[in-house]
Design a protein around this ligand. Structure first.
Ligand code: SAM
Length: 194
């Protein structure tokens, strides 16, 4: 990232705010419906983000990051494509608020964060949806994506988990493997209907 001050703030999040992050996890209104693993913290390198984008053929109208945490993916995107809106959604209030503070601190445009669950968010045609969903329930992810693709078929998806069991959708899904902070070859799935 060119904005090295922002990069430092993101890198130092766990060092500076670990206890607040843990308290927020315990206090979450979603804590009863989600296992604690849903709040596991990990990061995806910018090179992996860029490699995944290089596989896409459709230019999106907006990037929605599901499970955006402190906003890494949104901030990478905003630096590369400042004119294409990006929104991050996450159910962890402290992480969402930290991301919002970074937007204010660096006076960034076209980038917002919202404390919203994947299962409640209204997606739009033309969205590229980045799903940081490793910690989500696999069956729930497939069911939610099947509904999503029924309502808004003209979206693209990048997901850490398999996207759909539906044969019609699987025609448009390709697997990819790139490094993340927790393993060398993380599987990713791209849905793009060309
Ligand atoms: C492990 S983090 C994402 C890290 C990401 N893999 C990366 O490399 O940067 C996953 C995030 O998903 C969030 N999350 C869990 N369930 C969610 C849901 N239903 N909707 C939105 N976000 C959710 C958690 O709060 C957490 O911040």
């Amino acid at each position: 990232m060119k904005n090295t001050e922002l990069l430092n703030d993101l890198n130092n999040y766990m060092k500076n705010f670990r206890s607040e992050d843990t308290v927020s996890t315990k206090k979450s209104k979603y804590k009863y419906s989600l296992k604690s693993v849903a709040f596991t913290y990990g990061s995806t390198p910018q090179e992996t983000f860029q490699s995944l984008l290089n596989n896409l053929k459709i230019k999106p109208k907006r990037l929605v990051v599901v499970g955006s945490s402190i906003g890494w993916i949104n901030f990478y995107w905003n630096e590369l494509y400042p004119n294409i809106e990006t929104i991050g959604i996450d159910i962890h209030s402290f992480r969402v608020n930290f991301a919002k503070k970074m937007v204010d601190k660096f006076n960034l445009k076209n980038i917002t964060f919202s404390e919203t669950s994947f299962y409640d968010f209204e997606f739009s045609e033309g969205d590229l949806i980045w799903q940081s969903n490793l910690c989500f329930n696999g069956k729930d992810v497939c069911n939610a994506n099947e509904d999503l693709l029924k309502k808004t078929p003209k979206v693209s998806i990048i997901s850490y988990r398999p996207i759909s069991k539906n044969k019609e959708h699987r025609k448009y899904i390709t697997p990819h493997y790139y490094p993340v902070s927790w393993m060398e070859k993380q599987s990713f799935y791209i849905y793009e209907k060309i």
